[in-house]
Every structure is written in C-alpha cells, then in structure tokens.
Design a protein around this ligand. Structure first.
Ligand code: A3P
Length: 884
C-alpha cells in the first residue's frame, strides 16, 4: 500500500514538475515569439516619429487640434502608429492604367507622399526599416490583385499591417475577364456581387467616425452612373456598411433581395476578424463621391497621419474689371447682382468679398449702359476689395526698364486716388502672369516701389499643367501663391461659351474638376474676368453652385483671408515651397510668351564643370576657354570665375535671369557651347536638383584625383587663406580630430574629407541626370597630359570642331605645370594659388587617409563600372596599395 502510495506520490510530483517545466517552456516561448515584437517596438518608439506636418494634420472636424489617438474601432494592436511614416503604398496592375493614374494623381493633388509599385514588380520596396513602418496605408488598385497575390507577399503585407496597425483600401473594380459575379474575398467572411447597377445611395449617418471630408447621412435619390458596381455581403460583426444603395440589377433582385434592400458599396472592416482594418470600395474613382470617400479612407486607416486640415480659403479675383469690348461689359444691374452674390457668399465664407483688379485706362470704355456699370462699381468701391493690375493692361515683360513700369503703375495709383478707390496695396496681379513666372526682376522691384506689394499669384509656377503640381514660392520678398483654374476665361462670356456647355460646367461643380480643386487645395485663388460677370453672369452661377455643393456634401470649412495673412498661412503649411526651384524659362511655350527677350534663351550653359575643389578645375576652365566655340561666363564680382549659383542659396535666390546675364549672347548657338565651372557644386546638397531643374540637358564634368591628395591640397588652400584652424593644427591633427579639438576643427575636418567620398556625391547627381550626360575625368591625366585629356573632353562634348591643343598647351618648367600659350613661346599659367608649393604629406597622414578612404575607393571602383565610366589610374593604384 505504502509502496503504491509512494509511487502515486512520485508520479504526482513528477507530473507537477512536468507541468511547471511545460509552463516555463511556454512562457519562454511566448516571451520570445510574441513579447520581443513589443520589446522591439518599444525601442523603435525613439526612432523616427511622423513629420510635424503630419502631426499638425490631426485636426477634428470642428477645427480643433486633437492628439493622435488610435481609432476607437481599431483592434488591439501590437504596434503603434507613431512608428509609421506618413506615406501610402499603392499597388497597381499596370503603369499605363488610367485608374492607377487617377489614384496617384489624387494623392499627388492632396500632397500625400506615396510609392506606387507594380504587382509584378520583382523588387518591392521594403515595408519597414529599422522598426519604422514605411507606409501608413496600403492601397490596392483592384481587389483581384489582392486575391491573386503571391502567398508569401500577402503574408508579409498582413504581418506588416498587424504590426504597425496599417489599414488596406481595396477598390473592387470589375475586369472584362472577371467571370464570377459572386465571389468570396479570400479567407475573409465577406462576399462580393459584381457588375451591378445601383440607385438611391445613402452614406451611413453613423459613419461620422470614419468620414472626415465627406458628410455622413447624405443621399443621392437617383440611379448611379455606371453598371459595374460591386456590393459586399457579410454577417461578421467586424464589418460595418459605410455607403449603401439599392440595386437595379435583375440578377441580384432574383438572387436574394427585394428592391428596397440596401446593398453595401463601401464596407469597413474594423479588424476584429483577423486584426487588419480594411475598407472596400465598390467601384473606382470615376464616381465623384469616391474621390472624397477615398481621401477619408486614407485618413481613417492611417490613423490621421495622412490627413489635411478641413479649412479651405477661397479668393475670387476679377482681373480686368474695366477691360472688355463694348457689348460684353458689366451694366449697373450686373453690379447689383455681383453685390448680392457677394453677400450670399459672405454668409457661407466669412469675410468674403470679390477682389477687383483694375486697369484705370479702360474705365468707361463701354456703351452707355456699360458706362453706368463702371460708375456703379466705383460708387460701391468700398464694398469690394481692389488690387492693381497694370494701368493699360500691358504685359510687364514688354517693358524695357523699371522706370517705364513704374510710370505705368503710377498712372493707376492716380486713377485710384481720383476715384476714391481704396486699394489693397499688398496684392497685385500681372496681366497674363507676365513677369511673375518666369520672374522678371524689374516687375518685382516696381511693384515694391509703387505699391509695396507683398503677395501675388500665378498659375505658371512651375507650369500651368498639370494643375495639381502648381506651387508657391517667394522671390524678392514677394510671396507668390499658386492659382487655381475654375474654367472661366476672358472668352467664356456666356454659359454656351463654356466648353461642353452647362452640362459640363455642372459636372465640374457637382463633384468634378472644380469641386475637386477645392478639396485638394487649402488655398484657392481663382482668376475670373469682368466678362464672366456681365451677360448671363456665368461666374456668379459657378461660385454660388460650387459653394452650395461643397457645403452640402463635405465638412470643409470655407474661409476668406486678406492676401498677406493668406500667403503667410500658405507658407506655414508648405514651408518647403518658400524657396523656389527655377525651371528653364525657355522650355515651356507659355513661358516663352511671357518672358522678356533678354536675356536670350541661349544664355544658359550647356556644360557644368562641377568640381570637386582642388582637382584641377581651374586648369580645365582655362583649357576649355581656349576652344574657339566654347564660351565661359563673365566673372562675378564676389566669387570671380565661379558663379556658385546652384550651391549658394543667396545667389540662387537672385533668379535665373540674374544667372543668365553672366553668359554671352552667341551668334551661332548651334556650334557654340557655354559653360560654367563652380567647384563647390560637386558635394553641395542642393546643387544637383537645382541644376537639373534649370539645366536638365546640360553635360557635367567631374574631375577626380586621389581623395587623400585632394584633402591635403584643400588643407594647404585653407592655410594659404590663413584659416585659423588650419594655421593652429597640423594636417594630421585636423583629419584625425574628434570633438576634443572644438567645433571649428571638426568643421574643417569635415569640409576637408567629405568631398572625397566620391560615390556618395556622384549618386546624388545621377539621381537626376542620365549617366550619359556625365563625364568623370581623371585629374592626374589632366595634370600630366592635358592635351590628351582635352581630346577626351571634346569627344564627350561632341564638339564639331575638335582642336588639337598640343601646340597651345605646353609644359612650363618654371611653373611645373602645363599652361596655355599666349604669344609665341610665352605661356600664361594659372596664378600662385593653383599649383602651390608645399611640403609633401607626412607618412602618418598618408596612412590615415589610405585607411579612411579605403572603403570609399572600393565603392567608387564598383560604381564607376556600373555607370560605364573608365577607372582613373590613381584609383587602381590606391586599391592595390591598400591590399598590400
Ligand atoms: P595644388 O595647388 O594643391 O597643387 P582647383 O583649380 O580645382 O582648385 O585645383 C587646383 C589644383 O589643380 C592644384 O592643386 C594643382 O595640383 C592642379 N592642377 C592641375 N593642372 C594644373 C595646371 N595646369 N596648373 C595649375 N594647377 C593644376
């Protein structure tokens, strides 16, 4: 008995031990398989947070800032959205698909950062990097892409969505090849019925928490366009209908539902089924309402990371208030109607008034009734806002000088005084945007001098089309805001003149282009003309209707603001736009029409010698200038032969007109080549994009020498200029210094060593320029055999006339370098600062730099091969020395 008891006890004890061991194992398993995920995420909390722009977007519908919080409907999440960048991943089927274009255009127009990837792409972007999710929402162009997706990829996406609480948007579009009308969506408890016609749509009144721009509870009591709708069915509690409609399709009616049943065309998956939140949309973006529902889906699923404010500022300019032919001008009743409409709009847009742009010369140029109209405008002047146009409506670019412009503007000042018109002196518009962009310095100067202008607007920066890419910029302290187009121009006088007539205009208002423009842009400045307000008052109709439509369907708050405040707000929202990015003023046909004749379009370089410093750039500059068809720029007073336009912000902000004026006007631009050399460009962070934006076709020459030698030469250069840090510390001290030697020495060290990380900088240039436009020139060859080097250069430049420099560039024993021959037997070498005399580098520094640049040189070798550039001899030597 005891024995039995003993054995029973031991078995129980054993079982208990086993139990403890098992639970320990399972705890260990849990802690390693689940908890580390949390632990890792905790670590990444300290990593990159969303940008301040995104954080400020977390605004509630009533305009209050809210702390970003997980949605009340989001499932328990392992991650936290703070780890996710404000960016969207768009998965598309084909790059030439119109729908994919519409999706990406909508994102672009709303300034939502995104990456588009083809479903068949072999190199997918990384979803996360160092515990930071790279996308805060994923968008599938078609649900079939999701259903047919590679299982591993799908799993990776699911895992990512769970970890970072990122939601997915699906557009359920029907393809011609889709046979099944009813289909389950993967493993989800959701079925979709396709190819349906729908009517009587209703936006769920309780979808207020999901919708942001779109007003909940609104209805369309009519049949919906298109017959390829998809509706979704599910019984699972994780799902909520957001938009529903009745069906007109017999198939579905027969199948299961009486005509009155509502079918779901937009479905929210709250994530309670498998931990992933989703929104299914039952058609594409052709249906206007889907445009705003799409934006709402993005904002909801990204936890507000990709959400903008609901404030929309509206400004309606009536340029040319007195300019128009007899018979199409405004009469006194038109002015009354204008005032009445202004009052109506002001009720919906607090502070709104029409802004009238006047050219005094054309006052009372109409028929009798129209003269009364002009008088009525002036009589009611204080009820409107007024801004100056040009006195005689001349385009500023046609003026030769500032004095002429100033005199013209002064006549308008006089006109305003005589007619007691109080002018908003901070805002002006130039006829046809002439002189605003491309910028014309005399216009900006004259505006400031005569009116004290601080704000203007244009639709020409960087170009009229596509409208979604228009931006603002600041030039000579004048804030230039982008303008939007409402479709009314000088020639759209009556409804019948509107292209496509009333139906088309109504389409634009009722969810089409004009409506979307208001949705997309926080600041809307519309240009209209006096002729749009006479006759059948097309403009009044347009603004009345669009404001009502916005009010009815959206939570957008329409506002008005004075130009300076408006512009300041604009640049607060988009501070990155303050600094302009100049484009070639002669590339765009419209720009050509509104720019002055001088400087000529040919006064832009076709070649940039970009550096880096101390590689022989001045020698190349002098040799290039010897070619009869190659022209250099005039020297700058400040920076001599180098203009440093793209690398010095102060200089860059002088504008392209300033830059172009340094270049000569050549007679035969087909054979001539203009060039500029600024060695500061190579390693400057801004230069590649700035240069590419203005000179996308330019060729680039980079000269490379052993980076160690370059660093030493640069140090000697600093010593020659008595830079205190270089005078007080040896070369070795500088290059090997840490923070212990102070900020100045560290800065000297970085400026000395960084340009030598050649690949890093080359990559930045080739991010924009095609590799074929770049030449890497061996600096040692240029020094030892400039004639051979110049042959290479001329071949690269496709010079029609190839010059043999063997007689005109000769070795000067005194200088110890090759120099240009000026007169027989006489050379003109570069000055003392080029080819300086200094002791050779000490061996300690040599070793240090050999080691320092080793990986960079290895990288350079591979990179040069990848961009089909030959390897300089010094690189081979540096690499073999390192392997010794
Ligand atoms: P050192 O002065 O250290 O010798 P950069 O013009 O880009 O600032 O480069 C100056 C370097 O160009 C000089 O550095 C010099 O070695 C090199 N160089 C190459 N060919 C030259 C030439 N023909 N005349 C003078 N310097 C030349």
């Amino acid at each position: 008995m005891n024995v039995i008891r003993y054995y029973t006890m031991t078995t129980i004890k054993k079982l208990m031990v086993l139990l403890v061991v098992l639970s320990l194992i399972s705890m260990w398993f849990l802690s390693y398989s689940v908890l580390p995920l949390k632990g890792e995420n905790d670590k990444s909390l300290h990593m990159r947070l969303p940008s301040s722009q995104s954080v400020s977007n977390t605004e509630t519908k009533d305009g209050h800032a809210s702390k970003r919080q997980p949605s009340k409907h989001s499932p328990d999440r392992e991650g936290d959205e703070s780890h996710v960048l404000p960016s969207a991943l768009v998965i598309i089927e084909r790059s030439d698909s119109v729908f994919a274009y519409n999706i990406t255009s909508a994102l672009e127009a709303n300034r939502i950062d995104f990456t588009a990837v083809l479903i068949k792409e072999r190199h997918w972007p990384r979803l996360e990097h160092k515990q930071v999710g790279k996308f805060s929402v994923i968008i599938f162009q078609g649900i079939h892409l999701y259903l047919d997706m590679d299982k591993n990829l799908l799993q990776a996406i699911h895992q990512y969505c769970k970890k970072y609480s990122v939601g997915i948007i699906f557009f359920a579009v029907v393809r011609k090849t889709d046979e099944a009308y009813t289909r389950q969506i993967g493993d989800l408890p959701v079925y979709m019925d396709q190819r349906l016609s729908l009517k009587d749509l209703v936006i769920s009144p309780s979808a207020d928490d999901v919708l942001y721009v779109t007003k909940a509870g609104q209805r369309i009591n009519d049949s919906l366009p298109y017959d390829d709708w998809t509706v979704f069915r599910t019984k699972h509690t994780s799902y909520r209908p957001i938009v529903q409609a009745k069906t007109l399709s017999q198939d579905l009616l027969k199948l299961n539902s009486p005509a009155a049943v509502l079918h779901t065309t937009m479905l929210l998956d709250e994530g309670n089924f498998d931990g992933i939140r989703r929104i299914f949309i039952g058609n594409d973006l052709r249906f206007w309402l889907h445009y705003i529902l799409f934006l709402d889906s993005i904002s909801y699923l990204s936890h507000g990371l990709l959400k903008t404010s609901l404030d929309r500022y509206i400004q309606v300019d009536i340029d040319d208030i007195f300019v128009g032919a007899k018979g199409i001008r405004m009469t006194a009743p038109d002015v009354e109607a204008l005032l009445l409409q202004q009052d109506i709009l002001a009720e919906k847009i607090p502070g709104f008034s029409f802004k009238l742009g006047f050219s005094g010369k054309f006052f009372k140029r109409g028929n009798e009734k129209e003269m009364e109209g002009d008088e009525a405008l002036v009589k009611n002047a204080q009820k409107f806002s007024w801004f100056p146009h040009m006195w005689n409506h001349a385009q500023p670019h046609t003026f030769d000088n500032q004095t002429q412009l100033v005199n013209d503007m002064k006549k308008n000042v006089h006109f305003a005084k005589t007619h007691q018109i109080v002018v908003d002196e901070s805002y002006a518009i130039a006829p046809h945007h002439s002189g605003v962009y491309p910028t014309q310095l005399i216009l900006y100067n004259a505006w400031k001098q005569v009116w004290g202008i601080k704000v203007t607007s244009t639709e020409e920066y960087p170009a009229l089309r596509p409208a979604r890419k228009r931006k603002g910029f600041i030039f000579k302290e004048i804030m230039v805001l982008p303008r939007q187009t409402c479709g009314l121009f000088t020639h759209t006088i009556r409804m019948k003149d509107y292209p496509g007539g009333r139906e088309r205009l109504d389409g634009s208002i009722h969810g089409g282009e004009l409506f979307q423009t208001i949705v997309n842009n926080p600041m809307n400045i519309y240009m209209t003309h006096m002729t749009n307000y006479g006759s059948d008052r097309l403009a009044l109709y347009t603004f009345d209707k669009v404001v009502n439509f916005v009010e009815m369907w959206t939570n957008i708050r329409l506002k008005a603001e004075k130009p300076v405040k408006l512009a300041k707000k604009y640049f607060e929202i988009f501070p990155q736009e303050k600094e302009p990015l100049w484009t070639n003023p002669c590339q765009d046909k419209r720009h050509l029409e509104i720019r002055p004749e001088k400087p000529k379009c040919t006064q832009l370089p076709n070649l940039l010698v970009i550096g880096p410093q101390k590689t022989g750039t001045s020698a190349l500059h002098s040799f290039l200038s010897m070619h009869p068809n190659i022209y250099k720029n005039q020297p700058s007073e400040e920076t001599y032969e180098e203009l440093q336009f793209f690398s010095t912000t102060r200089t860059y902000l002088q504008g392209p007109e300033w830059y172009m004026n340094f270049f000569p006007q050549v007679e035969d631009s087909t054979t001539a080549l203009l060039f500029e050399k600024s060695a500061t460009y190579f390693d400057n962070a801004n230069a590649p994009l700035r240069a590419y934006s203005l000179l996308p076709k330019a060729k680039l020459i980079v000269i490379l020498i052993d980076p160690a030698k370059r660093a030493y030469s640069w140090y000697q250069h600093e010593r020659a200029h008595a830079n205190p840090a270089s005078m007080n510390y040896t070369f070795y001290d500088v290059i090997s210094s840490g923070t212990e030697l102070g900020r100045q020495v560290v800065s000297l060290r970085n400026r000395c060593l960084d340009p030598g990380k050649y690949t890093q900088h080359l990559q930045k240039w080739l991010q924009y320029y095609p590799t074929g436009q770049l030449m890497v020139l061996d600096g040692d060859l240029l020094k030892a055999d400039p004639v051979a080097a110049m042959f290479k250069v001329q071949r690269f430049l496709h010079m029609k006339k190839v010059v043999d420099f063997s007689k005109s560039i000769i070795y000067d024993a005194k200088k110890g370098f090759y120099c240009p021959v000026v007169t027989k037997g006489h050379t003109k070498c570069l000055g003392k600062s080029k080819g300086r005399i200094y002791p050779p580098m000490d061996s300690e520094s040599e070793k240090f730099l050999q080691h320092y640049y080793q990986s960079h040189n290895v990288q350079l070798e591979a990179y040069l091969t990848s961009i089909s550039q030959s390897r300089p001899a010094w690189l081979n030597k540096a690499l073999t020395e390192n392997t010794k």
